[in-house]
Design a protein around this ligand. Structure first.
Ligand SMILES: N=CN[C@@H](CCC(=O)O)C(=O)O
Length: 351
């Protein structure tokens, strides 16, 4: 249920220029003769640290009654990332461009009328099927001692990633989530709004902190359930409207929360936290790209942070159209991946 990335695909994204080497020309690609476990072991032995994995789906946001388009986030990322320059600022050889979760069949099944309860329930079943595919591949990456960077699709994919990390590490996972939404909606069938409530309900999530939560984009029931689970947050309004603390102080609260205990740490970014980002739930009342980069960078510096997940980018939702959306989403996603790689390079010895 994983499609390895091929040289032919890469050539479609990567433009070359004499005298320059682009990231796409320097990073590693899988050997299609190997199976996933063999590939990951070989990559690890060859000095790889980061594994790029795409999830080209938007069934999660649609099963959450939201807008589609998150299936194109991965390709937008690739179109920008592989054309960045390869130079001494980045160890491109440490990056494996693994491929993408096979989603085409699920995407095809997802042309349903969500107003019909039975069809909505079918769509949520498809998300459940997707969960199993994502969890299996991500668990293999963790088991190989590598750091997955999961891009594209809805925020529903937080659940299988947390599950994979919890199973690979044998303990509950802590998560820092940059998001206006807590994604702690009821257990009503899987979708992009309940990845963390499902993970908590199944005993896989321990310390959970939402940075930049929007006070009026979370239902009273969701907030009550979050509180009952011991989840914490620092709201967008506390930081930017009432100015009770500054962004760095809020980020420090987040870090202090997720370093508790001994669990591995997940770095989750719903890109709908970023102002003007083309996403399923568009906002112009969000944070800056630089603030999101700082979130990723500072959390990546923690030795126990084990993955980066970038969700919800939906290029077609850009007000100026798809081409502008691909440009914007591709650049922002690339910047956040680079912040993660930089943070791991500057990682502290131990916390
Ligand atoms: N992952 C996003 N979750 C949001 C989506 C909101 C929207 O689509 O408008 C939520 O469930 O509230």
């Amino acid at each position: 249920m994983l499609n390895f990335f091929t040289r032919e695909q890469l050539n479609q994204y990567c433009s070359t220029r004499d005298g320059e080497q682009r990231l796409g020309q320097a990073l590693s690609l899988p050997d299609t003769k190997l199976n996933l476990v063999e590939q990951l072991a070989q990559s690890k032995a060859a000095g790889c640290r980061f594994v790029l994995l795409g999830v080209p789906e938007d069934i999660g946001p649609r099963a959450n009654l939201g807008q589609g388009g998150a299936d194109k986030g991965w390709s937008a990322f690739l179109s920008k990332f592989v054309n960045l320059q390869s130079n001494h600022f980045i160890a491109a050889g440490q990056i494996l461009l693994l491929g993408e979760i096979h989603c085409a069949d699920l995407q095809q099944q997802a042309t349903v009328d969500i107003q019909q309860p039975q069809q909505l329930s079918q769509l949520r079943q498809c998300v459940d099927t997707l969960d199993n595919r994502v969890a299996a591949v991500v668990q293999a990456i963790f088991a190989a001692g590598l750091l997955p960077v999961v891009i594209g699709g809805g925020h529903n994919n937080s659940y299988p990633i947390i599950k994979a990390l919890s199973q690979a590490s044998g303990q509950q996972v802590n998560c820092a989530n940059l998001d206006p939404h807590s994604d702690f909606r009821p257990l009503e069938g899987r979708h992009s709004g309940n990845g963390f409530s499902y993970a908590w309900h199944e005993g896989m999530l321990k310390h959970y902190f939402v940075l930049g939560l929007h006070e009026l984009k979370n239902s009273a029931a969701t907030l009550a359930q979050l509180q009952q689970a011991g989840g914490e947050f620092c709201s967008y309004q506390r930081i930017f409207v009432r100015q009770e603390l500054n962004y760095q102080q809020a980020l420090d609260l987040c870090i202090d929360n997720v370093v508790q205990g001994s669990g591995d740490i997940g770095i989750e970014v719903d890109t709908d936290s970023i102002s003007l980002m083309p996403v399923s739930a568009f906002t112009n009342c969000g944070i800056s790209v630089q603030a999101a980069e700082q979130f990723v960078y500072q959390l990546a510096k923690l030795p126990r942070s084990r993955y980066l997940h970038l969700a919800e980018a939906a290029p077609a939702q850009h007000p100026a159209g798809l081409a502008a959306g691909v440009n914007e989403a591709g650049q922002v996603l690339s910047a956040l991946v680079l912040a993660f790689i930089q943070g791991k390079k500057d990682q502290a010895i131990a916390i």
